[in-house]
Unconditional design. Structure first.
Length: 135
């Protein structure tokens, strides 16, 4: 399942993501992972969450991002939630590539994915909402 937190810069997406990450860490019977661009969430996210800086791993583009996420899941089958902040900055602003990324992630059905997408909801093509739901 893929959920999206959509809004323009400064609309509170990251704050909502942090709240969701910390809540998942409290209730999950497995592991919670949060991927960010940079290291801005270090003090906002509970230590129970595996926090990963995409920049430190050299991740850029949706193919690399997909490889990293599937590698995380392959390395630990107890992962229940994966959160991603700054999705368009890690991947790209190409919404067709974003839709392809979500299509590929939908094959992983035992993880709940939540991503922030910094844009106006009206800018996203309808096919993205066929693959992901807004939260």
């Amino acid at each position: 399942m893929i959920k999206l937190i959509i809004g323009k810069k400064g609309s509170g997406k990251t704050k909502k993501l942090v709240d969701m990450v910390n809540a998942a860490a409290q209730t999950s019977l497995g592991n919670v992972v949060c991927v960010e661009k940079g290291d801005t969430l270090t003090f906002s996210v509970t230590h129970k969450v595996r926090l990963i800086d995409a920049d430190a791993c050299g991740i850029s583009g949706y193919n690399e991002y997909f490889g990293m996420l599937t590698g995380i899941k392959a390395g630990n089958h107890d992962v229940t939630h994966i959160f991603g902040d700054a999705t368009l900055r890690i991947g790209s602003r190409n919404y067709d590539e974003l839709a392809d990324f979500f299509f590929r992630l939908n094959a992983i059905d035992d993880v709940e994915f939540v991503f922030t997408v910094s844009c106006d909801e009206a800018d996203l093509p309808a096919k993205i909402f066929e693959l992901a739901e807004k939260c």
